[in-house]
Every structure is written in C-alpha cells, then in structure tokens.
Design a protein. Structure first.
Length: 396
C-alpha cells in the first residue's frame, strides 16, 4: 500500500497495537492515539485465551522475536475435561462440570473456565470464522503483559492523552480532532477504541450493544506465603490464581446501579458474601485476594448480524469497537487479533482503499458473526444468557 498520509489508529488496546505491529512490519505509515495519559493508567486486570486462529494472526502481525517473547510469557494450558478439573463450590468435591441453566450451583454464581465453556459449546470444532486447530496449544496471557509486548517497538508511534472527539472525511482521507482542539490528518481512520467506541458512535449512530445480563466479578489471588502455607493448598500454579465469579444479574441481590459502582474493596466483600456457603477450602482464595484487582463487569455484546456502514468514509472498526462480545466462549481476543491481521493484509494488497476496506469489512462481519453466536452459546451455558432478541440495548 503506497501512501504518504498515515493510518490513524484510535486506541492502544490489543487490536490497535496488533494492527500497528503489522503495519510497521509492512512499512505502512501509521500513528496511534490513546486517551489515557500513560500506558498503564487503567488496570488491564484479567487474562485472555488465544486459540490457533489468534495465534496465526499474531504470527502474521508480529516480528518473530516478539512472538517468541509472547509465548515465553504465557501460562501453560492443560487440556482436561475430567472430573478432577471441576470442583463443586459447596461440597468441595469433584463435579461432573458446571451445571447448566441460569442459576449455576445452588442458584448463585457459577465457577468455570473459558476453556471449559468453549469445549462444551457443541460438536462444531470451528474458530471465529475459520477452522480451529484443536492440536495447537492455546496461549493463555495476562492482558497487561500482552499489551506490554505488543507495545514494544511502537513507543515512538503512540501519543497519549489524546481523547478522540470526532472525524470528517476529506478529499484525500480523513481529519480527526481531539478534545484538546488539536487535529491530525490521515488516509484512513481505524476505530480500535473498545466497546464504548466514539469512532463507532459517529460512523454507525444506530449501532446497538445489548446487555447480556451477565455480571462477572474478576479477581486475582496472589500466591503469598500465607496462601502457600494454607493447609488445603495442593499443586497450585505460580504467581497468582485468576478467577471469575459468573452470575446473571437477577441472581445477585443488589441494585445494578450500585453493583456496577462497587470499589475494589466492596467487590471483594461481595465475593466473600457470595461464596460464604462454599466449602471451607475455597475461602482462602477470596479471603487473600488482591482487592485492588477485583472488579464487577457488566457483560455486553453486539448482535450477530452486524450493521453495514459506508466504506467510502475512510473509516473502519476493529476489535470490541466492531463486535464486542461476551467472554464466555474465550474468543473475543482471538477475533480482535484476527481483525488486525485481516485488515493489515488487505491494506497491503493492490487496489483502491475503498475496495480494500470493503473487503476487510465483509470478511470481518462473517467471522465475527460466528464468534458472536459462539459467545452467546457460552453465555447460555455459563449464566443462562437469553437469546439476543430478548436482550435490551444498553448505552456504553
């Protein structure tokens, strides 16, 4: 792709940084604009699972040495569907697996891994829009570590403290303005600014994001000496345990407005309350959690049939900005990485920019639809997510 004006990427999240790495690799000019004042201003707290489709995207986008560094920083993933991989929260004994239905165990929050959810979704062994190789070990990455690795080599291309305000198309590209009244021009604007994307709100004003009614409490318990010395500790992984409590909002006895405003300390207190009836050996997990890393998240999703928009505006979307989804199937990060790989690949091809962006968007809508359907199935399995047609739109 021959161009003098850079591609403007709004958002330094996983999809935006992966796209930037691919553009850098192909010598395509770009700039990244991030609203946060510094790189790690906000907690990036939980882990992401990247299957073979996402691994292929990373291999395409990253320099080999950076990809190897990422693999070295990931946790080892062990496959297992036997009873030993499922523990009943109340009895503490082995379980056949998470119970199906909206209530979860004993009508409360349900424990279970994303890998378990994805493996149980059905007989169709397909990734988001393409075949998934079950023999390839997934990458299990800490989100903060993943972003840090994707940032390597891009430091001189990112401007922080740049809050997107709006865009307008020009005869040769697009002009972007920020909240501090500064402006930049580029050949293409890529909205990689997450579920609440401001780029999307201007590009596709009628885009609906629905409330899945899932409420996830994410947390980490650092493996301190106190935890290691706990009498019930067996063979635990090093560094920390990452856990998620999953429930539908009508199963939590707290007003939604209050729930979503809980501080880390209050979120931690909620986890102890929700698990107070669990087997005693689990209590250390929540008693010794790092409350600064605990948060309650409302799970939202785009609908599977993504709307179309005008590709001639020199603006497109990737990642959660294009297709935010429930994490229940563990394929959100993979789909975002696939966006970066697909868009960077078509931009490097011959042809007009309108044709290339239109090609990307057609491909993206197809595999994103599959991913959104799979995430819906995972949500039904984990917390009794209702069909999309029964879910209400929610502002993000």
């Amino acid at each position: 792709m021959t161009t003098h004006k850079p591609i403007l990427i709004i958002g330094a999240g996983i999809s935006g940084l992966c796209l930037a790495q691919a553009l850098h690799k192909s010598s395509i000019p770009f700039r990244i604009y991030e609203r946060d004042a510094i790189f790690n201003q906000r907690a990036q707290g939980y882990r992401v699972r990247i299957n073979s489709v996402g691994i292929a995207a990373l291999t395409q986008c990253l320099p080999p040495e950076l990809f190897e560094r990422l693999k070295a920083c990931c946790a080892h993933t062990t496959k297992g569907m036997g009873a030993k991989w499922h523990l009943d929260g109340v009895s503490g004994g082995e379980s056949a697996g998470p119970k199906l239905g909206p209530k979860g165990p004993q009508g409360g929050p349900q424990a279970g891994s994303q890998a378990e959810s994805q493996a149980k979704l059905g007989e169709k062994k397909m990734g988001p829009g393409g075949p998934q190789d079950e023999d390839v070990e997934p990458l299990n990455a800490d989100r903060t570590v993943l972003r840090g690795i994707l940032m390597r080599g891009l430091e001189g291309y990112v401007e922080f403290g740049k809050e997107f305000e709006g865009f307008e198309t020009t005869a040769v590209g697009v002009r972007v303005r920020f909240s501090n009244d500064s402006e930049v021009e580029g050949c293409l604007l890529v909205g990689a600014d997450g579920a609440g994307s401001r780029v999307r709100k201007q590009l596709v004003p009628g885009f609906e994001v629905v409330d899945t009614e899932g409420r996830f409490v994410y947390g980490k318990t650092v493996l301190t000496p106190e935890f290691r010395d706990n009498e019930v500790r067996n063979e635990l992984p090093e560094d920390y345990i990452y856990w998620v409590l999953v429930a539908r909002k009508d199963k939590i006895e707290m007003d939604d407005v209050e729930l979503l405003r809980l501080s880390g300390e209050d979120s931690a207190a909620l986890t102890r309350e929700l698990t107070s009836g669990w087997y005693s050996s689990f209590h250390a997990l929540f008693d010794l959690q790092n409350a600064a890393q605990t948060s309650v998240i409302r799970i939202v999703s785009a609908r599977p049939d993504l709307p179309t928009w005008d590709s001639t505006k020199n603006v497109t979307l990737i990642g959660d900005a294009a297709h935010v989804m429930s994490p229940s199937a563990g394929i959100g990060a993979t789909t975002a990485l696939r966006d970066a790989a697909t868009l960077s690949q078509v931009l490097a091809e011959e042809g007009s920019q309108v044709e290339k962006v239109g090609k990307y968007e057609g491909l993206m809508r197809a595999y994103a639809r599959d991913a959104l359907m799979r995430s819906s199935m995972g949500g039904k399995h984990m917390f009794g997510m209702r069909p999309f047609e029964e879910l209400k739109p929610v502002p993000v």
